[in-house]
Design a protein around this ligand. Sequence first.
Ligand SMILES: Nc1ncnc2c1ncn2[C@@H]1O[C@H](COP(=O)(O)OP(=O)(O)OP(=O)(O)O)[C@@H](O)[C@H]1O
Ligand SMILES: CC(=O)N[C@H]1[C@@H]2OC[C@@H](O2)[C@@H](O)[C@@H]1O[C@H](C)C(=O)O
Length: 402
Amino acid sequence: MWEAYRKKKQHILIGIMSGTSLDGVDAAMVRIDTNTSGSIDQIELLGFEYIPYSVELKERLISLCSVEHARLDDLVIANYGISEWYVSAVENLLKSTGIERAAVEAISMHGQTVWHAPDQVPFPVPDGQTLVKATLQIGEAAVVRERTGIPVIGNLRARDMAAGGEGAPLAPYLDLIVFRSQHVGRIVQNIGGIGNATVIPAGAHTNECYAFDTGPGNMVMDTLVREETNGQLQYDTGGEIAAKGHVNDELVESFYKNDDYYEKVPPKSTGREVYGSAFAARFRDEGRKRGLTFEDIIASATALTAMTIVRSYQRFVFPIHKIGDVIVAGGGAHNKTLLAMMRKSLAPDCQLHTSENFGIPDDAREAIAFAVMGHESLMGRPSNLPAVTGAARPVILGQITL
Ligand SMILES: Nc1ncnc2c1ncn2[C@@H]1O[C@H](COP(=O)(O)OP(=O)(O)OP(=O)(O)O)[C@@H](O)[C@H]1O
Ligand SMILES: CC(=O)N[C@H]1[C@@H]2OC[C@@H](O2)[C@@H](O)[C@@H]1O[C@H](C)C(=O)O
């Protein structure tokens, strides 16, 4: 069946991403042109849709991402239930683009990460014990396949992890295609729930690029804003709350210094397991102990994100590579206070942009990336980057539900 796919020079796919912010579903319809050797020539975004999660779903997911609150029966139900959100995103895209269902060759869906455990833990095996790392993205491909009538590729992180990688980040595969430059060293900085950086030195070969999670993105700010406003606000729109507060440097430094993640050498990845509700509560309590207002605490949480991003460059990138552009993507690109803090700590010859300036809408990068990775799998081509994830070798990602 995929022989015919591989012979075609033009493909339409839908990529679906629902990230660690737990804010909702991003879905991108893309047209991918391939050349005679089967590699990608051009990627065009045909449409983009976002469906915000309801407050109820978000609360359920937050519980599922917490060892203290998660229940196995809720997890099993959510695995099927959340698929309906992905189905709606696909239907919305078909409607808004006017593209016929039959023209879409596949849906490549990330699912919703509930637990990401890239650090090995012991597990019994027939001849004793082994060390295991694991990750779980929920969302049942069979449900999406059945409702939409379109083949689905899912579970894209698993194969990289099975090959010894972190299973993340994967989107740098797209960054290399879109942002690589012969003359300028670039960092693509995603700021979603978690922050992650793709480093693309000028003229770099694929195996000279690397990437890593920088630490918290919007996750801590979002949790604190949601809690203070009893869910009236889901995040600090435009960074306006942070702009009204004062950063408490001592608080920010203490959270930076007492976290050994930042010193860990890449490849590395992290998630809500570390920077979720319990972390945010500790940050808030320490802020209150210092007599800070809500605005000061949000300003300080914003500064922690900016600091962990820029210091990760100072530690792992700037000593080795000259970087001319930092390109911000993800929802954090809309937070003006965060961007201003980052800009202030970067050298004047390092320009700060958003991915919008490079033709990739800030919110669409990851959904486009998953469409592209799904396409590569159908072409029979690997799309993990071992230099990025730490995998032993390039592997073909995902599982297909025909
Ligand atoms: N207008 C805005 N102003 C400030 N922040 C915003 C705005 N819009 C979105 N955000 C932030 O972006 C977040 C969503 O970002 P995004 O969709 O990139 O995350 P994600 O895909 O869930 O995360 P990840 O990349 O970690 O998987 C929101 O939770 C919010 O914090
Ligand atoms: C396990 C997981 O879901 N990781 C996400 C998360 O969100 C940002 C960062 O942490 C990144 O590692 C990854 O997602 C993006 C899409 C990636 O794989 O590139």
